[in-house]
Design a protein around this ligand. Structure first.
Ligand code: NAD
Ligand code: UGA
Length: 359
């Protein structure tokens, strides 16, 4: 009973016409920011996360506390738990699902391939099975990845490009996710929006990602390893600031309903959409390090090494015309400014907690 009332109160909508959203991966980096943004504008939000230990679980707990302070409940559970999902949908008729739970990270797929299958394939199917049978059916917005472009060398990447050469198992599971969600749209009429995020960074970020681990190592006086591609070429990423990604997510949720007929009844085919959410301004990894050095006022000890395995793609660069047109998506934070905000958060977070950064 207490569980139910907590879920209900978290899902409570304060603004007229607001939505009620299940956010999976809510204690994750992107999930935390999206949940806060939705709650702030008066939508109902319930989070779900399994708090796995892929990276420092205490950071996930701290994000959960931040969410709880704002009235967002994060239920601890796995997207593979169909009974838990059914229970949640029983208590709340979610209008939308923002699906961000996944095993992320490109290189870790060589260490623990099955965790990708568990969350990104099996978990996705379990979630879609619940959504297809829910009444009303929620519109689903989920995180795909720029990694689906794989070995594609035609830049900038556009949604119409072929994505048949994934370079990592992580990329392969995201590509599979795009195909799996398509079948649920086709057979069951689920509204689906897949978002291809491009290397997202910012406050409350992921300790396994380069900008985060570089910051920690630079501050601790430890060396950082900069990977180089074939023929010693610098790798480059279309680093995208979290607030821009959040706007793209919220814009997707707002435009993801089925077409409405007269009297507000849902009518017409459900949309299946894919959008790039990037920054359109790729930066090399050595330049990222230069910017961090500037903000931290500490020189990095650089080690240049060949990239481990073949999982990293040499560069990413988003064409965002479609998202701009359909979602009003317009990134506004450049890497200098965004990293400054990240560094400020990093220093305050690890300062307050008086603990050595983990992982
Ligand atoms: P994250 O790891 O911080 O967040 C994912 C959250 O999902 C974690 O809190 C984790 O505990 C949870 N989770 C994992 N498997 C689960 C399961 N089976 N059941 C319930 N919860 C589970 O990662 P993020 O950076 O916030 O990424 C969010 C989404 O965006 C992911 O789908 C990721 O693949 C995708 N993405 C991220 C980036 C990026 O640069 N951050 C880029 C492209 C795509
Ligand atoms: C990131 C996320 O980790 C993935 O979850 C996501 O799907 C992907 O973005 C995406 O855009 O789709 P990645 O770009 O590899 O993946 O992010 P980082 O791990 O932060 O690496 C950024 C760059 O730094 C890459 O070129 C990588 O090769 C390089 N790097 C990473 C190093 O040079 N040294 C390191 O120690 C780590």
């Amino acid at each position: 009973i207490q569980w139910e009332s907590q879920v209900r109160s978290s899902a409570q909508i304060r603004r007229s016409g607001g939505m009620s959203v299940l956010v999976t991966g809510a204690a994750g980096f992107v999930g935390t920011h999206v949940s806060l943004a939705l709650k702030k504008r008066g939508d109902g939000v319930v989070g779900l996360d399994n708090f796995n230990n892929y990276y420092d679980p205490s950071l996930k707990k701290a994000r959960k506390a931040l969410l709880q302070n704002q009235g967002v409940l994060v239920v601890e559970g796995d997207i593979n738990d169909s009974r838990l999902l059914a229970k949640l949908f029983d208590v709340v008729p979610f209008t939308h699902v923002m699906h961000l739970a996944a095993q992320a990270g490109v290189r870790y797929a060589m260490e623990n391939p099955n965790s990708y299958v568990h969350s990104n394939i099996a978990g996705l199917v379990t979630l879609l099975e619940t959504c297809k049978s829910a009444d009303p059916q929620p519109a689903v917005v989920w995180a795909s990845s720029s990694s689906v472009y794989g070995l594609n060398e035609k830049v900038p990447f556009s949604e119409l490009d072929v994505t048949d050469q994934p370079a990592s198992l992580y990329a392969a599971t995201k590509k599979a996710g795009e195909e799996i969600t398509h079948t649920y749209n086709h057979i069951y009429g689920l509204s689906i929006t897949g978002l291809r995020f491009f290397t997202v960074y910012g406050p409350w970020g992921r300790p396994d990602m380069a900008y985060f681990s570089f910051t920690r190592n630079i501050l601790q006086g430890k060396p950082i390893t900069i990977y180089r591609g074939k023929e010693q070429v610098d790798l480059a990423r279309d680093f995208t600031y979290i607030d821009d990604i959040v706007k793209g997510c919220v814009g997707s949720l707002d435009t993801s309903g089925k077409s409405t007929g007269s009297g507000g009844k849902k009518k017409g085919p459900a949309p299946y959409r894919i959008f790039n959410l990037g920054n359109t301004s790729p930066v090399t990894v050595p330049t990222l390090v230069n910017i961090l050095e500037g903000h931290l006022q500490v020189k990095a000890k650089r080690k240049l090494v060949d990239m481990p395995g073949n999982g990293d793609v040499p560069f990413t660069h988003a064409n965002i015309s479609l998202a701009r047109q359909e979602l009003g998506y317009k990134p506004t934070t450049d890497l200098q400014t965004g990293l400054k905000k990240f560094v400020k958060w990093y220093l305050s977070y690890y300062g307050y907690h008086q603990s050595k950064p983990l992982n």
